[in-house]
Design a protein around this ligand. Structure first.
Ligand SMILES: Cc1cc2nc3c(=O)[nH]c(=O)nc-3n(C[C@H](O)[C@H](O)[C@H](O)COP(=O)(O)OP(=O)(O)OC[C@H]3O[C@@H](n4cnc5c(N)ncnc54)[C@H](O)[C@@H]3O)c2cc1C
Length: 477
């Protein structure tokens, strides 16, 4: 039976419900999987109520009431986050889902900006930019469901970060409701604005712990005239690094993606994904997906890709390569990379990591992490892949063939500790782009202790003294 401390009394629930109207206030039993499960099945949400506000004003009223009544609230966007930050954890918490705030508010062609609601889906933003002959470079495998508010709150990285930076680099202005219900009206389009502390950068990457983002001004770029996508097959991680150096030298700013995949990941994707094909005739130990773009012409993109691959062949780095011959084939090449996360699911348990190390250390990191994992769990199958150009590796480990899934997953923390110890040896990060959420909050407290963590706590206490905004996520106060 619930005690007085773990439920919200009915009168208060009614007041929250009235803000959004009955049709947009869901009881937990009505909310179901869509709101209360998450992609990795690691967390199962518990909540008193799911609210779906339809305007910024409704968000502000919800937060003001939460502040007044000291009710914890959890912001949720597309619910694709991989660290549990968007999941409420008790029947004392209210989930605030932003999906109904999904408008593209304005496109400024001359200034190349787009002003959007926080609940706008990333794919919709891409399409709106494209319709105006421009492009928004943030791109993730989850782009069909994730929302810009979630992207900014998690400072998402993705495949465009190599050339254009992370979500933080792509945002000029933020509108948000702060934990006391007041509005931060920062929808500015200025590239230069040094009027004191930039609160935009506090809210970006805060994972909903410092306020609810309701709108943003995004930077747009001219759409490239030409795009070339290719796969290269290589024999070692050292060769992938050498290829990166050649690509950077010959393509410069035209190199817009440099992703890597291991053969085992390629095989899992081929086995478990409909409609994908091996891009090359023979298998290779490692694959790199390169993308080169040109704002000048199709020919320039094509010549640049040719130059990169020719140099790499001449240097004996690349075993084989395939250049996409059409837009459709280019999309298929990308699909192969993007499906890799899902293709590990049918292979049983998978212990995940989202780490970064200095780019030059990647080969040694892969060797040492592999050694550490296999000596603890013989037969485990590392599937490291990701954003090589950013030093960001999704060091996933699939269970040994035929192993018991719960038994393997029971070793999640142990395997994480082993891999993260290797990351520390290279002065890397145990959270490159997915954030901290609840999954990594203990590790952050343990490893960032000292003045940096204390400064983070002081900021949290100053803005959210009653800890109503996504409590227990990221930072422990
Ligand atoms: C197949 C797949 C591929 C992925 N690839 C990448 C990748 O390449 N790079 C990468 O960085 N991530 C990746 N992710 C993770 C995830 O998609 C990103 O973290 C994404 O930015 C989350 O957006 P969302 O709208 O789903 O946010 P949610 O999952 O709903 O929320 C994420 C966090 O942000 C907070 N939040 C959400 N909306 C708001 C708001 N409006 N105001 C304040 N706080 C808010 C939540 O409380 C939570 O802490 C991937 C996920 C999947 C499933």
């Amino acid at each position: 039976m619930n005690t007085i401390t773990d439920v919200i009394e009915p009168g208060l629930l009614q007041r929250f419900t009235e803000i959004v109207g009955g049709a947009n206030a869901l009881r937990p039993e009505e909310a179901g999987e869509r709101y209360l499960s998450e992609p990795r099945d690691l967390f199962h949400g518990r909540t008193a109520l799911v609210l779906r506000p339809g305007s910024v004003e409704e968000v502000a009223r919800i937060v003001a009431l939460a502040a007044e009544s000291r009710t914890p609230i959890v912001p949720q966007g597309g619910n694709t986050g991989l660290v549990g930050g968007q999941q409420p954890r008790s029947t004392r918490e209210i989930l605030v889902n932003l999906s109904r705030l999904d408008k593209i508010r304005e496109i400024d062609r001359a200034g190349r900006t787009m002003t959007v609601d926080a609940g706008a889906v990333l794919q919709t933003i891409h399409e709106a930019a494209e319709a105006e002959g421009m492009f928004f470079p943030l791109s993730l495998g989850s782009k069909g469901s994730c929302q810009i508010g979630g992207n900014l709150s998690s400072n998402a990285g993705g495949t465009g970060a190599l050339a254009y930076g992370t979500a933080r680099d792509l945002c000029l202005g933020i509108e948000a409701v702060l934990p006391d219900g007041s509005m931060l009206n920062g929808l500015r389009r200025l590239k230069k604005d040094n009027r004191g502390y930039d609160l935009r950068h506090l809210l970006i990457g805060a994972e909903g712990t410092l306020g609810i983002i309701t709108g943003a001004v995004l930077k747009l770029f001219p759409a490239p005239a030409g795009r070339e996508v290719a796969y290269a097959g290589l024999r070692s991680a050292e060769d992938m690094l050498a290829l990166l150096a050649i690509a950077e030298r010959h393509a410069g700013m035209h190199l817009t993606a440099f992703e890597f995949l291991p053969r085992i990941g390629m095989e899992m994707t081929l086995k478990h994904t409909d409609g994908v094909r091996d891009p090359m005739a023979d298998p290779h130990d490692w694959y790199v997906l390169l993308e080169v773009t040109s704002h000048r012409s199709v020919e320039e993109a094509s010549e640049t890709m040719e130059a990169v691959l020719t140099k790499a062949f001449e240097a004996g780095i690349v075993e084989d390569a395939a250049i996409a011959q059409s837009r459709r084939q280019a999309d298929d090449f990308w699909r192969m990379r993007e499906e890799m996360s899902w293709a590990q699911k049918p292979e049983g348990g998978s212990i995940k990591h989202d780490v970064s190390v200095p780019v030059a250390s990647i080969p040694q990191f892969l060797a040492e992490a592999g050694e550490a994992v296999l000596s603890a769990v013989p037969g485990a199958r590392p599937v490291p892949f990701g954003h090589l150009g950013d030093g960001n590796i999704h060091y996933n480990v699939s269970q040994p063939i035929g192993a018991d899934k719960p038994e393997f997953l029971a070793r999640y923390d142990e395997v994480n500790d082993l891999v993260h110890a290797v990351v520390r040896r290279f002065d890397g990060s145990f959270s490159a782009e997915h954030g901290i959420g609840v999954l990594k909050a203990d590790e952050l407290a343990r490893t960032k202790a000292g003045p940096e963590y204390e400064a983070m706590r002081a900021i949290k206490r100053a803005l959210d003294p009653y800890e109503i905004m996504n409590p227990g996520k990221v930072i422990k106060i």
